[in-house]
Design a binder for this molecule. Structure first.
Ligand code: ATP
Ligand code: MG
Length: 635
């Protein structure tokens, strides 16, 4: 069994082991899995090349560690609990045994279509169990999956398929999201006109929408598995064989095809899941992310299933049929651990607490957040209204590239502080460095967040572009992995993410993180959300431009709100952080994963709106037009 921490003393002890002898530390975790052949050496690494290898020459199959390893005890326990978009529709529960049968049948179907170890399979699917089945079937036979979030356009899908040179696409006739149907197959058809490597597309029937099936290329999912046996011998994989490619969400630029490999990713996601969320056998765990993002890969599919957990998968959206949907699901399944994003918390907070009233949330034990810094107001609302002051919040900092959670409380073990990701997990060695690359030791320091020692879950390369891997993460600072995020380590040694270093604003020589200023602005009772960026300022070097979303206007109108926001920021941080310009906007531009795209706002604030760069991951272009129309500078 994966080792579990139970106390603060235990946590500190494990951290010390992780630093004193990382190899022994990770060996102990990896030993809890089933390996066809044990590794010869724990780690080999060179951050200059860069080259990272874990559990060298170990042989395994990750699905064998999900299924065969757990079957004695878990065969008839739920693996995936699926809640459909429409609460009136019947849910589905797949036990470990049933899920394995589905995976094997589909794995056999893929083989029949000619898929071999190392081939790439793209998935463009709604949040239904078959999405997980498709991924695990790939892993079963050693194919590399590349899941593309089902909200992406035909162009974005085609770009990702072509970058990975995938030979098969798994999709569906459509996907339900709230009151809408996404015509996934139609979009896929458009994409496939530009994807010469795709030989077949397997189409799941979900919505019953009328679609075109292209003769010789398209096959229905149910036909593909028809008659396939429910047994499929797992392919023996090397630790360092690729498990999947996942394109980053694109907050900062052109998406990168992040590559994760088998042995290290397995070890890391299983360990972090069990410890951070303090999962106990029988608990129902609900992560609201989409599987199209790393959070869904690591903490809906792999981390939970490797631990024999019950993982709840939700097809729909938080706001439909109304803003109480998450809480209905929590009550319906007596969810114990609930993991979501700050953007969802802020949106639900803005709807008021009427949607929580009367809902039974007493099963909840742990609340989690991921994806962006969580501001204090949202943290407190989550803690008070959802957790009823009983549930620890795990503010988990990590990235697509890190594979799993890096800095986070261990639920109920690490004392928390609002808007702090708190401390690194055992086996993780973060450092704060100044711009010249000097490590800032001790507490009360602020700078660039880097990691100085490899961890099993880290990326191995960017698909097809190892140079970019080197440039992006290993060139800025010597011999360290650079995260791109700014961080503060406070007087207690607690880490607070300040936002991306590219977004740091330099006012009269003072470096200000976006998260800190936004946190102060969001304290204003009428503010739902905000984003700040720097713009050229003749005297200060950079000025602060704030884009603010308000629920309603107070009696003082727009100027009244601006003044009271200024006063609030002045009081919370100081006059240096007062915005020079406050533009009230209807909403903020976000990535499809729900993150604020400050890069676009910066262009607008700089008066350079004609040159927004890559906007393929932008959720809604109209929002940008509205902001440009109302801009308080010449654009
Ligand atoms: P791209 O790299 O393509 O620009 P992205 O960075 O948004 O996209 P992800 O890997 O999904 O893609 O997100 C990781 C980033 O999200 C982190 O680098 C950090 O900026 C932010 N983040 C994640 N979790 C937290 C957290 N708990 N607190 C603060 N920031 C977080
Ligand atoms: Mg990133």
């Amino acid at each position: 069994m994966v080792p579990k921490i139970h106390s603060l003393g235990g946590y500190i002890h494990e951290c010390q082991k992780g630093i004193a002898n990382p190899e022994a530390f990770w060996n102990q975790v990896a030993e809890s899995f089933f390996w066809r052949k044990r590794w010869d050496k724990t780690v080999e690494w060179d951050f200059k090349k860069p080259e990272i290898k874990w559990f060298i020459n170990g042989k395994l199959n990750i699905t064998e560690n999900i299924f065969e390893k757990n079957l004695y005890t878990h065969a008839n326990l739920p693996a995936i609990i699926w809640e459909p978009n429409n609460p009136e529709e019947a849910n589905r529960v797949l036990t470990y045994k049933e899920l394995l049968a589905e995976v094997n049948m589909f794995a056999n179907a893929l083989k029949r279509l000619g898929v071999r170890k190392g081939d790439r399979v793209a998935l463009y699917m709604p949040m239904v169990p078959e999405l997980a089945v498709g991924m695990l079937a790939c892993a079963r036979i050693g194919a590399i999956h590349s899941v593309v979030f089902a909200g992406f356009s035909a162009q974005s899908l085609a770009d990702r398929i072509n970058d990975a040179e995938a030979t098969i696409l798994l999709t569906a006739d459509g996907g339900y999201r709230g009151s809408k149907i996404t015509p996934l197959k139609d979009i896929a058809d458009d994409a496939l006109m530009h994807c010469p490597t795709i030989k077949n597309s397997v189409v799941l029937k979900r919505t019953g929408s009328s679609i075109n099936m292209k003769e010789g290329r398209d096959i229905w999912w149910h036909d593909a598995i028809h008659g396939e046996p429910a047994h499929c011998e797992p392919e023996e994989m090397d630790s360092e064989d690729e498990l999947f490619i996942l394109y980053t969400s694109g907050s900062t630029g052109k998406p990168k095809g992040i590559v994760h490999t088998t042995g290290g990713y397995m070890t890391y996601t299983a360990y972090t899941f069990k410890n951070v969320f303090q999962y106990n056998p029988g608990d129902v765990y609900f992560c609201t992310a989409d599987i199209g993002w790393i959070t869904g890969h690591s903490y809906i599919v792999y981390g939970p299933l490797l631990n024999g957990a019950q993982t709840l998968m939700f097809e729909g959206v938080p706001s439909w049929p109304d803003a109480g949907r998450f809480w209905d699901i929590v009550a319906k399944y007596k969810v114990n651990q609930f993991y979501t994003a700050p953007t969802a918390i802020r949106a639900l907070l803005a709807k008021g607490s009427e949607f929580i009233e009367g809902k039974r949330l007493d099963s909840l034990k742990v609340l989690g957040t991921v994806g962006e810094p969580i501001n204090e107001e949202a943290w407190h609302w989550y803690h008070d209204h959802i957790g009823k002051n009983r549930c620890p919040i795990v503010d988990t900092w990590w990235q697509t590239e890190t594979g799993g959670i890096m800095i986070s409380p261990i639920a109920g073990v690490t004392p928390t502080k609002p808007s702090f990701a708190t401390m690194p997990l055992p086996g993780v060695q973060p450092v704060v460095v100044d711009n010249s690359g000097k490590e800032l030791v001790g507490n009360s320091v602020e700078g660039n967040l880097c990691i100085k020692y490899p961890w099993p879950g880290m990326l191995r390369t960017i698909w097809g572009d190892h140079e970019r891997m080197k440039d992006t993460y290993f060139s800025r600072f010597e011999n360290m992995y650079f995260t791109g995020d700014g961080v503060k380590r406070d007087e207690d040694g607690y880490y607070r993410i300040l936002g991306r270093v590219d977004d740091v604003i330099n006012v009269s020589g003072h470096r200000l993180g976006t998260a800190e200023i936004e946190n102060a602005i969001n304290e204003h009772p009428l503010v739902n959300e905000s984003a700040v960026v720097g713009y050229p300022h003749a005297i200060k070097g950079q000025g602060i431009y704030a884009f603010v979303v308000c629920g309603e206007l107070s009696t003082g109108g727009e100027d009244g709100i601006r003044n009271s926001i200024m006063k609030g920021v002045n009081k919370i941080i100081g006059p240096i952080a007062k915005p020079d310009i406050i533009q009230l906007v209807p909403s903020l531009p976000k990535t499809r994963s729900g993150k604020i795209m400050r890069r676009i706002l910066r262009k607008i604030a700089e008066g350079d709106a004609s040159n927004l760069g890559d906007i393929t991951t932008l959720l809604d272009e109209e929002v940008v037009d509205q902001i440009i129309d109302g801009a308080l500078v010449d654009v």
